[in-house]
Ligand binder design. Structure first.
Ligand code: CUA
Length: 249
């Protein structure tokens, strides 16, 4: 299991569990007080002054809880920001409205990101137009992509398979169609992918599962690199997202 995924899920469950516990506790107390001290039974309200023990308790217990949340959150954050030295680098470029990837050997790919399994991968994130956010839900990682600035993020590709790439920052009309696919494959398949000349055929040769985009229908001319043209027709862009997973040379 990928360590970052584990840390992220643990802190998430920890915070949700505490929230649910207090939601139930406070709701129950509220209902109890409403019934127990209703006006009919207590026509003359009594005046209650402070209770030092209670006040200390409801200050100290939440303080300890939020410090624990901070501590576990910080542990995960440190891990996420600390890129292993052996990480391979992939440059990620965001534009309205698709992702582009460039590998260390200058190989480029639009929309489809192929990575070898069980490797540390660093993404260098840059945008050519507006703010986007590079989001890999399966790996619990998300980072803003800001024009004029290189952000970074890294993952350990522990999970083989096909996963969604999303844009998590509203970036204009087709933000919600700014999808991509991350495919984590064996080292051998990855090397074939990243070094090949004959793009489309090799893409076909990668094992795919039935849920994902059909690579057989790839048409290298479908993605428009001109963003002004692309912004024109929503329908076209949706179609492009569906039937193109191509690399651009
Ligand atoms: Cu790019 Cu939203």
């Amino acid at each position: 299991m990928n360590h970052v995924i584990e840390l992220t899920d643990n802190i998430f469950i920890f915070i949700v569990a505490i929230s649910v516990f207090f939601l139930l506790l406070i709701t129950a107390a509220m209902v109890y007080f409403v019934v127990r001290y209703r006006a009919k039974r207590n026509p003359n309200p009594s005046n209650i002054t402070g209770n030092t023990t209670l006040e200390i308790l409801w200050t100290v217990i939440p303080l300890i809880l939020v410090l624990m949340m901070f501590f576990y959150g910080w542990e995960g954050f440190k891990e996420m920001r600390n890129v292993p030295a052996d990480a391979m680098v992939v440059k990620v470029t965001a534009r309205m409205w698709y992702w582009s990837f460039e590998y260390e050997n200058k190989m480029k790919s639009d929309t489809l990101l192929v990575l070898p399994a069980n490797r540390n991968v660093k993404f260098e994130l840059n945008s050519v137009d507006v703010n986007h956010s590079f989001y890999l839900p399966a790996y619990r990682m998300k980072e803003d992509v800001i024009p004029g600035r290189i952000n970074y993020m890294w993952i350990n590709t522990a999970l083989e398979g096909v996963y969604d790439i999303m844009c998590a920052e509203y970036c204009g009309m087709n933000h919600s169609f700014m999808l991509g696919k991350l495919r984590v494959v064996s080292e051998k398949e990855f090397l074939e992918w990243v070094s090949k000349v004959d793009t489309v055929k090799k893409v076909d040769s990668l094992k795919t599962d039935s849920t994902q985009i059909k690579l057989g229908s790839v048409n290298t001319g479908t993605i428009k690199t001109d963003t002004t043209k692309q912004s024109g027709n929503k329908k076209d862009t949706v179609k492009n997202r569906k039937d193109t997973l191509i690399r651009r040379d």
